[in-house]
Design a protein around this ligand. Structure first.
Ligand SMILES: [Zn+2]
Length: 219
């Protein structure tokens, strides 16, 4: 079953990326590793994996690490798949409406920037100061190292089929390093190291991400 194998590969790939990101807390190759991870995440998974990303405004996703300041210019997509018209990524005048890209739109334009080779590290005084991405049609993002790190971690998490632990949709938990998934109150769930702990939305998502139900808490 070729399709199943590819799909499994997508998940393995994103899990391995999570592992790398969590390890690279510092070190001389931190930025290089992060850029490699970002490139891989934007290129390797299949379309259907990206389609599973939540179509929510980036502005509401503080933990994703990309600030409005970083999104210098966002290209308006008039014929977007989701049918909703995106506004330019600038501050709204009334302050409470969500202007700017949704996560799926942002990832889509980042992918186009990478496909077009429009990615370059900004260096000042021999130090990395940000990663610049453009799609050649108006889209322009500059990510700092911290933003890059958060974004890569989050993207790997979501492409791997996980969600935030404290998110409303989190019903189960799992470690990306082991097979079982649990109910959050399971004694085995409590033994998972915090840095490895991931939220999972549904039983189906957990199984799709390569997990099996815990025999103790029977999720
Ligand atoms: Zn359990």
């Amino acid at each position: 079953m070729g399709m199943v194998a590819v799909s499994q590969f997508d998940y393995e790939y994103t899990r391995r990326t999570l592992e790398i990101v969590h390890q690279s807390s510092a070190g001389p190759y931190e930025v290089t590793n992060l850029i490699n991870c970002l490139l891989g995440l934007l290129i390797v998974p299949r379309e259907s994996v990206f389609a599973a990303l939540p179509d929510v405004p980036v502005a509401g996703l503080k933990s994703w690490g990309i600030s409005r300041k970083s999104i210098r210019k966002f290209r308006v997509q008039r014929n977007g798949r989701n049918g909703r018209k995106a506004r330019n990524g600038t501050r709204g005048s009334n302050g409470h409406a969500h202007h700017g890209p949704t996560l799926r739109q942002l990832v889509d334009q980042l992918r186009q920037a990478v496909a077009g080779g429009n990615l370059k590290p900004r260096i000042a005084n021999n130090r990395f100061v940000g990663l610049e991405l453009r799609d050649g049609r108006g889209f322009h993002v500059v990510m700092t190292k911290l933003e890059l790190k958060r974004f890569v971690r989050k993207l790997a998490q979501y492409l791997g089929g996980y969600c935030d632990l404290d998110a409303a949709e989190t019903r189960f938990v799992a470690s990306w390093q082991s097979k079982p998934f649990h109910r959050p109150d399971c004694k085995w769930a409590r033994r998972i190291r915090r840095k490895n702990l991931q939220g999972v939305r549904t039983r189906r998502a957990a199984i799709k991400a390569g997990h099996r139900p815990c025999r103790v808490c029977k999720p």
